[in-house]
Design a protein around this ligand. Sequence first.
Ligand code: BGC
Length: 772
Amino acid sequence: MKVRLIVALIFSMTLTVNAQTYLNPQADIEERVQDALSRMTTHEKILILHAQSKFTSAGVPRLGIRQLNMDDGPHGVREELEWNTWSPARWTNDSIVAFPSLTCLAATWNRDMSRLYGHAVSEEFAFRGKDVMLGPGVNIQRTPMNGRAFEYMGEDPLLAGEMVVPYIQAAQQNGVACCLKHFVLNDQETDRFGVNVNVSERALREIYLAPFRRAADKAHVWSMMGSYNMYKGIHGCHNDELINGVLKKEWQWDGALISDWGGTTNTLQAATGGLDIEMGSFTDGKVKESEFGYNDYYLADKFERLINSGELPMSVLDEKAARVLRLIFRTSMNTQKAIGSQCSEAHYEACRKIGEEGIVLLKNNSLASSRMKEGLLPLTQEKLAALASSSKRAAGKELRILIVGENATRSLTQGGGSSELKTLHDVSPLEAINSLLQAQRSQLSTVNYQLSIDYAQGYTSGRALYDQVDKVDPAENERLAKEAIEKAKDADLIIYIGGLNKNHKQDCENGDRESYDLSFGQNELISQLSTHKAKLVVVTFGGNPYNMPWIDKVDALLHCWYLGSESGTALANVLTGEVNPSGKLPVTFAKRYEDYPYVKFGAEAYPGIKGVKAEPNTAGEVPNSQVYYKEDIFVGYRGFEKNKVKALFPFGYGLSYTTFKYGKPAATHNADGSWTVRVDITNSGSREGKEVVQLYVGERKVTASRPVKELKDFAKVSLKPSETKTVTLTVSADDMQTWNEQAHQWQAPKGSYRAYIAASSEDVRGTEELSF
Ligand code: BGC
């Protein structure tokens, strides 16, 4: 009897131990996944594959397996929405920090900034109880019309890939999964649900898939979001060739593929085409709701029936459920997950620092009337005093600054679509410039002029509405422009703060821009302001390049992307020289829209054409329109160089308040086949500053089939005046591979190449010869 009792006890203990494998955080994650799977019913496996609310997918309460809480992304945690609608839940504790836009992060060219960003933003997600952050995005900025470019990281796959990796690593270290957007070819918002992208295999591999691959290989991103658009007639959310073929089989990626909201259209395709979690189905964009319940989802009851009837094998369901369980164990059931924090001082500081480093100084004319060698910027007290005395107003004892433009006061964290944020506290440019300039002036006893700062809105753009352009009375814009021009007559210095914003058809989801020009009469306004005697500094916000017919008439130009909650502080610090700008462009600013490489191919190449006959796919769908990436791999600067077209401001360009001298580069071949290029960089000016050093590589004898050169590495170096540091850059043989369309595989580089050490894609400072 006693023995029996002991045996029973041991047996039950073993059972308990076994029972806990999937709950044991110390156990191997694959064992946990298999253990959990073995305990789940078919129905429970199905339940975890689709939404149970707008932003959550179910767990298995019976087994203590937790649900996944998701939220947008990527610049901060979106406000809480109601369980089953797109309406705000009206919480009072969900106001957060808005971080700078991802284009701004890319413009820092600083991997440390990316790590800081990923760490800080994921702490906010963790604090709000989120497991999956819907972002970041690495779709390629092939057109300056793309309404969502501000959520991505520029035109170059290496820059985007390198810059996204530390963000993901840092976020996932906090137990928050990144959901990398939008896999793949979601490079325009026009007809995003119905456009079929026709792209060569080579451009797909070398340009569009490349940043996703880096994130999969180097950062092991835990989830990705499928795209709405089609490729070969099949939507990105269940595109077998891309998801199963490339992502899961070829790259051996072990994460979960989550659909974009409403991006799933068919059960069989979803089941067999690689989708793991279906979200947001049957919502008409963001506005209409329907009777469609969560059981009606494509990966819900319909899928279960296919499994139960044996039409699809259990292995199809298990493969998906395993990926979702892995994601759950990595995040919602991760015992190491950070508690996080919201609106901490550290987060505001991170926001400000990233913003300051991403601001790009594009133009800075010297101040002819002063003896100073520097440009008009930074607006130091000495320079302002010089401006006051040259104006001779009140015997040189008064300086009038006029700030013009809606973006000086407008909240740029609102609008934009899914990345819209509800912030706790934002600093506007007007507020920050005003207080910083006044404070600096009052600190200096030597300054003996009165400083007055006035404001004129200059134009209005209306409200940021979803999918709708607000009506603006042209007479109102005329009145505002007139008022600004009138006030400008009395100004000594004008700081114009405009650009794009987050309105529909500006930088906003579900619609592209309609013109390369700035809207709301800004070009005319800036041109008019430039005719006054006052010095004119132009500051623009926006995720895209734009036309600048007035560029020769302005004294200085700063481009700020979107800077988040600390927008004003970051801008004011750069304007006044507290911070030396060091951002460089992650995208080419063309002189004319026609210069973008795809434009010469007409509407076929962008935004696509309707009426092309196509075979229906297995779900009976045909694309609504077709777009053909006719510029092929020659996207951005690759195309400008091939077409021998000079940019207005090239990729990689950005000025500093100091200057840098480049030494002669020296290359060494490493045992693993890679090349290292070293170059000495000296700060030859009088201010501390940071320089982004870029390594491009191209064929020694350039052939038509390859870009003149392509970015292969970059580094940001901080230097005190007269200081020299050696910068080390590397190019691996892997990064030199090209895609062979005939063999459908990567081809190792062979032959003679040239390494270009450059300050921008058009500013080469030295070369070295390489061979592979
Ligand atoms: C967007 C996604 C976003 C999702 C949820 C979609 O319309 O394309 O990027 O994460 O909505 O808001």
